[in-house]
Design a protein around this ligand. Structure first.
Ligand code: FAD
Ligand code: FES
Length: 255
């Protein structure tokens, strides 16, 4: 599906936001699902790159991507300007699902891992309290803290150099809050694998349901190439992250 680039906004560090308008509305956009994005009009790079949905319009007439420039594909995306065209397919995969009856949801994000929580909080239904733990190396890389606060989330930040929020890893305020006796109904996490692994272990130790969003490298995005498999927890079987995930219950997969 061709999309028109409406916005390309620098966010600080290597991050930028692409606001896209598809030529026709796209159905079933939900937080945690992803698009396979073609990064150029030529065959280089040949493979599309997976990108999570960030914010989106409920009628599918617009959505955003929060992208970190890490290599060739993402640096091509960073050069897009308004009115350029970009080809995406999707959305694919599973989404973050708020359990029935949940009243308190904590999300733990690092880097571009904040993306799915923008849409999740924008479109939250019912009476759910959201707390977002945002972690980064330094304050410049803490993106979207103010926007999440504006949407009513309680935002707790941590930076490794102490330039903003708590000094240290984002899991430290998470543990502190749990130790103070607070306990959410569910924890969602998205970002670097070591962070998600730590969050999943903390959630499991406290008996809290936890969903993780895996970012394995992908070629097709829909279950055909078996390039993105991950090991099932406690089994010698592997599953495709693109079609069975990317959002899994933490007990389902090895992370
Ligand atoms: C389901 C899913 C959702 C994603 N959502 C986002 C998102 O919202 N925003 C975003 O910025 N990125 C996201 N990613 C990661 C993104 O797809 C990669 O960063 C991108 O493909 C890199 O392309 P490139 O050509 O710029 O880099 P390449 O030249 O392909 O690689 C450059 C460097 O990035 C590393 N890299 C490449 N792919 C990944 C990956 N999947 N995970 C970790 N490291 C990788 C490589 O090992 C290498 O060190 C997501 C990945 C998945 C699987
Ligand atoms: S990326 Fe091809 S099977 Fe998952």
């Amino acid at each position: 599906m061709d999309c028109i680039v409406r916005v390309n906004e620098e966010l600080g560090g290597d991050f930028f936001y692409l606001g896209l308008e598809p030529l026709e509305p796209i159905a079933d956009i939900r937080p945690g699902r992803f698009f396979m994005v073609r990064c150029s009009q030529s065959a280089d790079p040949f493979l599309r790159r997976p990108m999570s949905v960030a914010d989106y319009k409920k009628d599918g007439s617009g959505f955003g991507l929060v992208v970190q420039t890490v290599g060739w594909g993402t640096s091509l995306l960073s050069t897009l300007v308004p009115w350029d065209r970009i080809d995406v397919i999707g959305p694919f995969g599973t989404n973050f699902e708020v359990p029935d009856g949940a009243r308190s949801l904590w999300a733990v994000a690092g880097g571009s891992g904040v993306a799915p929580f923008l849409g999740l909080i924008d479109h939250a239904e019912g009476d759910v309290d959201h707390t977002v733990f945002l972690g980064a190396r330094t304050s410049e890389l803490l993106i979207y803290a103010d926007r999440l606060k504006e949407r009513g989330a309680c935002v707790i930040t941590a930076t490794e150099d102490g330039s903003s929020g708590e000094h240290g890893l984002v899991t430290e305020p998470l543990v502190k809050k749990l130790d103070s006796g607070e306990k959410p109904d569910v924890i969602f996490t998205c970002g670097p694998t070591p962070m998600m692994r730590a969050v999943a272990r903390i959630a499991e130790a406290h008996g809290i349901k936890c969903s993780v969003s895996l970012e394995n490298r992908m070629a097709c995005g829909f279950g055909a190439c078996v390039g993105c498999v991950t090991k099932k927890r406690g089994e010698e079987n592997y599953i495709t992250v693109c079609s069975r995930g990317p959002v899994f219950d933490s007990f389902e997969v090895e992370i």
